[in-house]
Each structure stands twice: as C-alpha cells, then as structure tokens.
Write a protein that binds this ligand. Sequence first.
Ligand code: DOR
Ligand code: ZN
Ligand code: ZN
Length: 447
Amino acid sequence: MPIDLLLNNGTIVTPDGEFRASVAVDGGKIVAIGSPYSMPPAERVLDLDGLHVLPGFVDAHVHMREPGMTYKEDFLSGTSAAAAGGVTTIFEMPNTLPLVTDEKVLLEKAALLQGKAYVDFCLYGLIVEDNLKELAGMAKAGAIGFKLLLAEVTGGVPRPSNGFIFESFKELAKIGLTVAVHAEDKNVTQYYMEKLKKVTQEPIAHCWARPPIAEEEGIQLLSLFASQAGNKVHLVHTSCGTDLIKAAKATGAKITAETCPQYLVFNEEDMRSKGAVLKINPPVRRREMVQKLVEAVNDGTIDTIGSDHAPHSVEEKTKESIWEASSGCIGVETMVPVMLTLVNRGLLSLSRLVEMGSENPAKIFGIYPKKGAILVGSDADFTIVDMKMEKTIKAEELHSKQKITPFDGFRVKGLPVYTIVRGEIVAERGEIISGPRGRFTKPPLNP
Ligand code: DOR
Ligand code: ZN
Ligand code: ZN
C-alpha cells in the first residue's frame, strides 16, 4: 500500500538548523524522514526543490470573534486567512460573546466551531473575578490555557483584582496549564488616557496614553505573582519591558513572552501616516525600543511570535477621533510573510523563526511534539515556503472578513507556497484548496 504523501527535495528547517531530506506522511502523521531513496512509494509526491519545509506555524494568539461579533470575523473566514497565510494551528482567545468563563461555554464554543475551521484550533478559557472554581472544569473540557487581561479590551472584560489574580495563579500551578496575559495595566493607562483625551486627537497620542510603564508595571506584578505561585505565565504581545522579563527568567519564574510582527515592523512615528489603522494595544513603540525588542527576539528573552489577529470593521477603525476607534488589527494571514521578510532582511534566522513560530508555542502550551515539530510521529503539519518569492500585500486580497490592515502596501520577500494540516494540503499559493476539516485540539491533561 502506498503512503499518502511524500515531500521530496525540500530543505527541512528546525530550530537547530537546516538539512535536505524527504518526509513521508501517512494517516496525517510523519512516518519517515530521510533520503529520497529510502522512502516508500506514495499516492502523491510534491517536488519541493528550492523550497523550505517548516513545521506548521502555531499562532497562539488570535481573536476570530465567533460567537458574538461575527460582523468582525467568523471562524470560517478567520481560519481560511490562517491557512492562506501559512498557519496550521491557531489558539483562539476567549473574549468572544458570551465570554468563555466556564466549562459549559467552552464546550459550546468548541461544538459551534467544529466544521468551521480550515486549520487545527485550540481554545482559551478566560480568568475573570470569581471564576476560580471554573478553571479546573475548563481544563477538563480541553482548554489549551487561560487568558488574563490587566487592560480592558474588546468584549469589555473587567480587570480582576490583584488578590484574585494571585489566587488564580495558585490554582493554575495545580492545574498545570499556562496563563497568557495582557500585561498592560488599566490602572496606569486609564489615568493617561483621561488626561490626553481632553487635549488632543492626534493618533500618536494613543501611544502616549499607554506608555511603556503600563506594560512594565504589569510584567513586574505578574513576575512576582508567578515566582511565588509557581505557575506558568506567558506574556502576550510584548512590546517593551524585556529587561524585566530577562530578570524574571533569571530568578527561575516560569515566564515566557510573545511578540507580534507589528511591534517589530512599525514604530510610533508610523501612527502619523497610518492613524487608527495602527491603533493596537499595547501601542507600537519608539524606534529605539523596537531595536531593543529585536535584540530580545535574538537573545531568547522573547520566546514566541503570534499575530494577535484582532479584526474590527472599517467603520470601527476609521472613527474621526483616535479615542473612539477600536484597538486591534488583523495579522494571521500576514504574520508568516512579514516574518520571512524580516529573516531575509537579516533581523533573525529562519531557524530562530521556526523556534518562535512553531516549536516554542507548542512546548509552552503542552502540545509538543504533536505540534511544532518535524519528527516521526508528529502531526504532518507543514508551512512550505519560498524564501525568494516577492509580493506587495494588498488588503483587498486577504481572506479575513474585515480587511483593513497596517500591512497594506507592505512589500514582502518570502511567502508560503503550501499549508499542510495533518497531511492534507489546505492552501496552495495563498488560495484555499480543501474543506474546513480543522480539529479541536486539546492538550494532554496535567501537562
Ligand atoms: O489591540 C488589541 N485588540 N489588543 C488586545 O489585547 C485585544 C484586541 C481585541 O480583541 O480587539
Ligand atoms: Zn491583549
Ligand atoms: Zn489579543
């Protein structure tokens, strides 16, 4: 019996380096890696000469808005954007409506999304004041981890009290799952926002209203709590505070950090030309801080890359006043091309990108080596890329429902050619070629 698929002549990329090999796929799994001559016959053979074979990207940070805000995005459109952009697994955030605060809502969300996903998906539960008793139930129902917000974002999630956060961290230490935290603290941003709102409408004032100290204070608080509670904390969309993260890691606290392409590409000055299209929380930072972030990407202080795909309608993003416009931008389809472009510019190596985009998110959330690896026995998820192909990103060509993006007009070098999920080619050259057969993926209990 021939196996399902053979990937021939490509260059395999792992966090440790690159090598030429063939990969054999059967039943959705990797069954062999080696010389083309040692491979069994296959139903389908892809000749990947000149292309790089990366483990499928695991985007641990997307907001697909279903249920409750499907005018912004829905699971079909959002996951087709993921597949077209070379992402094979997404972790969906819990600030959908109803908020995912207990086992019942999580199970209902999983059932609702089944059959609407082009890529595999995981679901977060949300930590809100007083849902301590619900956390174990959500873990049992298959939550990949939890989300905690120190800022107020889409969905109107109130910031829990510090006492409750510490209690929830102690509970998470027992459960074993990771908590992803939006570290910017509302207590700081609220003060500056109220002050600035009265005196300016300039888009760049959004950055001044959410100064680095808001994020740094949050990182400091979370590091202290995590080091005493002993739980795993993943700081999402890190834009600054990397010295604090480094120091926290050195104490042995289980802290990891994500950044997003938008924080590596844009800076405060871009607010002047892009306006609210680039309004995101945390905001883009000053040029010298962006440089510092790039260093943290390379020295290992930042562990992962995620998109923080956060769609809003054009009306919501183009309000007259910067204070009225919604925060967040789409990014799941542009993350891989933009990061490959940064590799081509020499900002980081392709191996480091694979580590940050695939291996580390899978490890941090306990689904490695099922996801995040090119190893015999792993799921056959691949992002196969052409590092030489160039293109200008055009908003209207993206698969998301709401296409407004700060990356419109951005020239990329490096594009996904095939997105393969459990052995099935889901997208080819940016177009979807399969049905929505993504699976709800749960971490093993007590990872
Ligand atoms: O800009 C943002 N938008 N930051 C967040 O943390 C949430 C997100 C959203 O859900 O719109
Ligand atoms: Zn956030
Ligand atoms: Zn987010």
